[in-house]
Design a protein around this ligand. Structure first.
Ligand SMILES: CC(C)(COP(=O)(O)OP(=O)(O)OC[C@H]1O[C@@H](n2cnc3c(N)ncnc32)[C@H](O)[C@@H]1OP(=O)(O)O)[C@@H](O)C(=O)NCCC(=O)NCCS
Length: 154
């Protein structure tokens, strides 16, 4: 398969105009969610934590995003997703690095990631970035929608 030309690729803060594209991508990371309802959650997070929301853009197309949330000492990597045809090209890695830098600026000392069991394929990605599994929560996202919990200590 030919490699994509990423010479016009960039990572920038998320804006309200990105919400449509981000909501679609969010379905990759949240297989239990309904897009319309989840869109509200993305907007709320963006309003609460605008400095923790980023998009990956290729030639004006939003192809990935990451969002974080901090409450007191608890920091959560809300979501990270890259469009299927752009996966495996290092974009997720760059988004995560950008997010972790922003979280450090906020003074976070540890980060949690809550991964739906259907997204267990992403666990090696987190391990590559020094996250470790610390447990699981049954029915965390709703009945039957269990979560694997990972943690990174800076
Ligand atoms: C998980 C996800 C964000 C990774 O993004 P990506 O752009 O494909 O990942 P990258 O190309 O930046 O990969 C970074 C590293 O992680 C590894 N990695 C990524 N996905 C992997 C997988 N499924 N299995 C094993 N390793 C993986 C890569 O091999 C790479 O390591 P390398 O540098 O040694 O080659 C992306 O696959 C995705 O959007 N998945 C669907 C949504 C999801 O599951 N989100 C996480 C739960 S919130």
């Amino acid at each position: 398969m030919a490699r994509r030309d990423l010479s016009n690729f960039t990572i920038r803060p998320m804006h309200k105009k990105d919400i449509g594209a981000v909501s679609e991508l969010a379905m990759l990371a949240n297989p239990y969610a309904k897009e319309d309802k989840y869109r509200e959650h993305i907007v709320d997070e963006l309003e609460e934590n605008p400095d923790l929301a980023f998009v990956a853009v290729d030639k004006d197309r939003v192809v990935g995003y990451v969002q974080g949330d901090t409450r007191g000492s608890k920091t959560t990597l809300e979501d990270i997703a890259v469009a299927k045809e752009y996966q495996g090209m290092g974009i997720g890695q760059q988004l995560l690095k950008t997010e972790l830098t922003a979280l450090k600026k906020r003074g976070s000392k540890m980060v949690f990631a809550e991964v739906h069991y259907k997204n267990a394929g992403a666990i090696p990605f987190y391990y590559k970035n020094s996250f470790r599994i610390i447990g699981f929560l049954q029915d965390y996202f709703g009945a039957g929608d269990d979560a694997v919990i990972l943690k990174l200590v800076f």
